[in-house]
Each structure stands twice: as C-alpha cells, then as structure tokens.
Design a protein around this ligand. Sequence first.
Ligand code: HEC
Length: 123
Amino acid sequence: MRIIASFALAAILVAPPALAQEKSDAAHGKSLYAQCRSCHTPEENSVGPKHCDVIGRKAASLPDYQYSPAMTKSGLTWTPENLDRFLQKPAALVPGNYMPFAGIAKAKDRADIIAYLATLHCS
Ligand code: HEC
C-alpha cells in the first residue's frame, strides 16, 4: 500500500512540469508582444487599436478608432480561437484589413500572446 502511495505521489510530482510546457505562458507572450508594440499599446489607440479588453470584443468595435471597411465587415468576435486564426495570417482571415503584419507561424507563440492579451484590462 505504501509503495503504491509513493508511486502515486511520484506521478503527481512529475506531472506538473510536463503539463506546464503545454500551457500557454503570458510572461513569454508579453515579451513576444514587443513585435506588436510598433503599432499597438494596451492602453491607447495608436497606429492600431488599443488591446485592453480585446478578448471577447467584437472586431472593429472601438468607437474612437478608424477601422478598415474589411475589418468592420468581418463580423468577428475576438475569441481566443479567432485571435489565433487572425494572428497566424491576418490577411487570410480578414482580406483587405489594414494591419500590415505577416503573422506568427508558431502556435505556441500565438497562444502565449493571446494569454498575455487576456491579462490586459481597460481601467
Ligand atoms: C505594423 C502595424 C501593426 C503591427 C506590427 C500589429 N498590428 Fe494589429 N492592427 C494594426 C492595424 C492598423 C489594425 C486595424 C486593422 C483594420 O482596421 O483593418 C490592427 C488590428 C488588430 C486587431 C483587431 C482589434 C479590433 O479592435 O478589432 C488585433 C486583435 C490586433 N491588431 C492584434 C495584433 C497583435 C497581437 C500584434 C502583434 C503580434 C499586432 N496586432 C501587430 C496594426 C498592426
């Protein structure tokens, strides 16, 4: 019984690092967000719209930002899934949009950026 219990404990102790590798990492996403910063900030509209509370927001819904007709007509909501598709290749998901950004090839990098975006709230 004791031996079984210690095996079970060992399994629990070994499991977390393996799981952690799969999980998205907002801290890594924050450093990757450097590549968005030339056009975006969390707090204010710049070349691109601000990113606070972007998760769950309807695309092109900020009243004080001038979006492209393509983004306005996209009908998207920025769920994590749609952000993942958008960030992979913005021009593919919303053809004709004004975001001049090729995309992020690595799924893990996209997940990390989305995890970071989820931490950004408008005050
Ligand atoms: C070179 C400038 C530029 C870079 C770099 C850039 N963006 Fe954008 N982004 C824009 C512009 C401009 C728009 C508005 C697009 C439109 O209206 O068609 C936009 C729109 C968006 C939107 C839609 C927001 C809304 O309110 O509907 C999201 C989400 C977004 N960008 C995320 C990102 C992320 C994440 C990165 C970094 C990985 C990034 N962008 C990099 C310029 C940029």
